[in-house]
Ligand binder design. Structure first.
Ligand SMILES: C[S@@+](CC[C@H](N)C(=O)[O-])C[C@H]1O[C@@H](n2cnc3c(N)ncnc32)[C@H](O)[C@@H]1O
Length: 207
């Protein structure tokens, strides 16, 4: 495997030296996309947030700024991502508003009906079983809670499909496919949006 493939493969689960470099770059690399995604959030009363596949933790910080009365749990299965998210959110952690846990979306370590909002930026490509992981997200959301997925791939753009071929375990999805699996997993309403000039998508699913 060449160095480029080894490096981009770190997006799936950052590990070792290359993983550290990748996690460092995620916060700035995904900021514009994440801000576009967050601009879709219309929930007014948000007390508890789960940020899933949190990477470097920048989006956790932004959500905590956006919902100033909320608490957030950030989760990732990579120890490097957990470490970096803790560093990025150290002030929120001190204030008692942020917790960071190592865990897998396939079996979320949270109680049923605990969150008003769950988010997943640039990560569902790597979730091994969408229906199972989406059912887990549905389980931990309160009734009326919202799950937001934000991806820079609409499942059809050439760049991401090229990455899909070289990154083991990566799969890009169309918004229609994601909406169908979300409904199968128990969500009642799903709305999708496509960026006007980029292949970016946001999917909002209500429990
Ligand atoms: C491309 S990064 C995106 C990170 C961050 N959300 C962002 O937008 O910058 C994908 C992240 O999802 C995490 N991830 C992938 N599959 C996961 C799973 N099954 N459970 C928990 N975390 C997962 C990876 O470890 C990685 O940190």
């Amino acid at each position: 495997m060449g160095l480029f493939t080894k490096f981009v493969s770190q997006t799936r689960k950052p590990e070792g030296f290359l993983g550290k470099l990748m996690v460092g770059g995620m916060n700035s690399g995904h900021a514009k996309l994440a801000d576009w995604g967050m601009s879709h959030l219309e929930l007014k009363k948000v007390e508890n947030i789960a940020e899933l596949g949190c990477g470097g933790g920048r989006n956790a910080s932004e959500l905590l700024k956006m919902y100033a009365a909320a608490k957030l749990v950030a989760l990732d299965y990579s120890s490097l991502s957990v470490e970096k998210t803790k560093e990025t959110n150290k002030d929120f952690i001190k204030e008692g508003r942020c917790k960071v846990v190592q865990g897998n979306v396939m079996k979320l370590p949270f109680e049923d009906s605990s969150f008003d909002l769950a988010t997943a930026f640039e990560t569902v490509y790597f979730w091994p079983d969408l229906k199972q992981s989406f059912s887990q997200v549905c389980r931990v959301l309160k009734a009326g809670g919202v799950f937001m997925i934000c991806n820079e791939s609409d499942g059809e753009d050439k760049t991401s499909l090229k990455y899909e071929k070289i990154i083991e375990g990566m799969k890009c999805y169309t918004p229609e496919y994601l909406a169908a699996v979300l409904k199968e997993a128990g969500f009642s309403e799903v709305k999708t949006d496509h960026h006007p000039s980029k292949p970016w998508i946001t999917v909002l699913a209500k429990k």
